[in-house]
Design a protein around this ligand. Structure first.
Ligand code: MSP
Length: 708
């Protein structure tokens, strides 16, 4: 599919009159407070809605809370609070957090609202009448923490735990035997498969589609959709002592919001344009159960169902990376991270909120998982915001050669025009797939190109030489690049980009159209520029270089204010990968008019250029006349050997090396040492005397395995 057509198909042009671009997040369980994981999907929705507004779409986005679950009821009981009061309070905390994160949703949906119970009961009654729901007996496993039914083959019966990679390390399950109503999910397997196959952008990212198809091929079984319980949940019509299974109830929220079936305007919202979520609730619920329910009701399916990966955190006990969660190794609360950013940078809260929004959306992956750490947040902030975006403005607006108004250039720079076009194409293509990480990477490329352009044109030098035309060219083109970048990041950093726009003397939303702003050359010469001010003060290197592994000795984060007891909705401790040292004084990240930032950091893209590989040492020998050097033959692939010369002779005797597994830099240009060619380099630490300590993989692996 070509970029433009898909961009248009997601815009209002392709929609029925009055149809709004409808975006949803999952509705979150209220058994804990929102953390960085839940914030991720919510921020994806907010940025996507803001982007579609820029494109001229009328948007509508929903978030909310899933309140009828048994685990929510049990959390309230544990807290000794009446369930309704409990859910009211936690739900209120979600609203508070989303407001702090500047999320402009249209509705905060709560499944305890009576309008929702009515629609769920209507769906139930219709499907009972159509034969899609029938009565039976459920005998099997249930996990309360995941609110999921499991098959015998999914569970270790003795350990009463879900199997993960064949091991009983998953959620705790209990055995149930009860009368229930089933939804005839099995009847929809073929229709689901053909919908998925005929609509290539229905399930995104593409790679998850196969996971869903395999899940269906494994045999879709009818699903129990009621549970025997009283007191909490949506009652099953015509029954006593039964409530609707929480997932069946929860998914319907997306439809309830449209006003279906009574409101004649329900089609101005339905079908949803995109359901966003984390990957754990994709396959089983949003990509099969939900579309099958809609098929059974004869309703159109959502256009896109999109899952992102997880934030992983380091488990302080095992040092392994695990999914950050409420019940396991925690992810920080957004407010804690915003406070830390404020401490480190001295920047005002809206800028710190934007920095967090940027980090989350830049670094969450759609296909893989990402590690969340404060040191990575600080590195990302310094690299992309302090050094790059903030620096363009500093280097121009705060420099002596800038006259306070947008100058008239002799011409637009053709190289920057080309970069801008590439950025725009890549950005739009990525956002057709809702992948903000890639979209922001394209914006970073533009900003990088503008900094290089400034470096090459050196307007500070041109000014000294009295070359006013050259200064005007450099200033106009650099500021125009910054303007375009700020416009493109505005859905992610609304406050920061507004501040940039102000410094440039321009206004973005709600004025003007996408076509007007999203092009290179929109700045109008003569426009007075605003008051220059540093936007993203740099985070001191001390923070960034602190040891990444969390330890118990780290300082405790500030506690969130806690209206309820600690056991109910715990304030999640920050995983302290960074020392909470005093903040660097606010100020310029780099003085205006100087060169590029000191090269003490590399970007992930720089790092990605280095290819590390596991290698087997085949042989080792001394080199005559070179006391410190050894010549090694190493195997760096199934059929590939290399010769490496290395200064490790004072630490290792040649005979002890063959058979050892090491890590080498595979794509290093060959060099000649003492007349012997070295085709790579090995990795080693050193002891107090400076003698080499070779690095070995923790377990033996194939020579040639990539190290990342
Ligand atoms: N209530 C259900 C959803 C019903 S939707 C009809 C639910 N709620 S939840 O509170 O458990 O939230 C799950 C969502 O939280 C995920 O889809 C994802 O948005 C987010 N995340 C929770 N932990 C996460 C990570 N560690 N990383 C990224 N996102 C994660 O499931």
């Amino acid at each position: 599919m070509n970029d433009t057509t898909d961009a248009q198909s997601t815009a209002s042009a392709a929609s029925p009159i009055g149809k709004r671009y409808y975006i949803t997040t999952p509705i979150y369980y209220v058994n804990g407070l929102p953390h960085i994981g839940t914030a991720t999907t919510t921020l994806l929705a907010d940025a996507t809605a803001r982007y579609h507004k820029l494109r001229g779409d009328e948007t509508y986005w929903l978030t909310g809370t899933d309140e009828n679950a048994r685990k929510v009821m049990e959390a309230a009981q544990k807290a000794g609070v009446e369930t309704q009061a409990f859910v009211d309070e936690v739900s209120r905390r979600f609203v508070e957090v989303w407001e702090q994160l500047n999320c402009e949703y249209d509705v905060f949906f709560r499944t305890t609202e009576p309008r929702h119970a009515r629609v769920v009961q209507e769906v139930f009654a219709r499907l009972l009448a159509s034969g899609d729901v029938y009565k039976g007996i459920y005998e099997g496993w249930y996990s309360v923490s995941e609110e999921t039914f499991y098959r015998d083959t999914d569970v270790d019966a003795q350990a009463q735990r879900v199997l993960v990679n064949g091991k009983p390390t998953g959620a705790v399950v209990e055995r149930l035997q009860e009368e229930t109503y089933y939804f005839r999910l099995s009847a929809y397997a073929d229709r689901l498969k053909s919908h998925i196959e005929n609509n290539p952008n229905f399930l995104l990212p593409e790679s998850r589609k196969n996971e869903v198809l395999a899940f269906i091929d494994n045999g879709l079984r009818d699903l129990a959709i009621t549970q025997n319980r009283t007191g909490w949940g949506i009652p099953v019509p015509g029954e006593t002592g039964k409530v609707v299974y929480v997932w069946f109830d929860a998914l319907i929220n997306y439809l309830t919001e449209s006003g279906w079936p009574d409101n004649p305007d329900w089609q101005t919202l339905w079908p949803a344009d995109v359901h966003l979520m984390g990957k754990e609730i994709f396959t089983r619920f949003h990509a099969t159960l939900w579309p099958a329910t809609l098929m059974a009701l004869g309703l159109p399916l959502p256009k896109h169902v999109v899952a992102h990966g997880w934030w992983l955190v380091r488990d302080p006990q095992t040092d392994e990376l695990v999914k950050g969660s409420k019940s396991g190794v925690p992810l920080p609360l957004p407010s804690q991270v915003v406070s830390l950013l404020h401490e480190w940078t001295g920047a005002p809260e809206p800028i710190c909120v934007d920095a967090l929004r940027y980090y989350i959306l830049r670094d969450i992956r759609f296909i893989d998982d990402s590690e969340f750490s404060l040191s990575m947040l600080a590195s990302r902030y310094n690299a992309d915001l302090a050094n790059d975006l903030g620096n363009v403005l500093n280097r121009v607006l705060r420099a002596g050669y800038h006259t306070g108004a947008i100058p008239t250039p002799r011409a637009l720079d053709s190289e920057l025009i080309a970069v801008a076009q590439k950025t725009l194409a890549g950005y739009q293509e990525a956002l057709n797939r809702f992948d903000w990480g890639i979209a922001l990477q394209h914006v970073s490329d533009l900003v990088g190109a503008v900094n290089l352009f400034l470096q090459a044109r050196a307007p500070w030098q041109a000014a000294k030489n009295g070359e006013s035309d050259a200064v005007a060219d450099a200033v106009y083109n650099a500021l125009e690049g910054a303007r375009l970048a700020a416009y493109l990041v505005s859905p992610v950093m609304p406050s920061a980009s507004e501040a940039i726009a102000k410094q440039l003397g321009v206004t973005f939303a709600p004025f003007g159209s996408w076509e007007e702003h999203a092009r290179f050359g929109a700045l109008v010469p003569g426009t007075p520029t605003g008051e220059p001010a540093p936007l993203f003060p740099r985070i001191d290197k001390k923070f960034v270089q602190a040891p990444p592994a969390p330890t118990n000795k780290q300082p405790k984060p500030k506690k969130e204010k806690q209206p309820m007891s600690d056991t109910t909705a715990p304030a999640t401790p920050v995983t302290p990968a960074v020392n909470a040292a005093p903040a660097e004084p606010a100020g310029d990240s780099h003085p205006a008019g100087d060169g590029r930032p000191a090269g003490d950091q590399i970007t992930i893209d720089d790092f990605a250029k280095i290819q590390f590989r596991v290698a087997d040492i085949v042989s080792a020998e001394k080199i005559e006349g070179a006391k410190k050097l050894l010549k090694l033959r190493v195997k760096v692939g199934p059929d590939e050997e290399r010769q490496i010369v290395s200064g490790i002779a004072d630490a290792y005797a040649p005979e002890e090396l063959p058979g050892k597994q090491i890590v080498v830099v595979y794509n290093l240009k060959p060099a000649t040492l003492r007349g012997v060619e070295s085709q790579g380099m090995l990795l080693a630490a050193s002891d107090e005397q400076g003698r080499a300590i070779l690095l070995h993989p923790d377990k033996k692996t194939e020579p040639g395995s990539k190290v990342k």
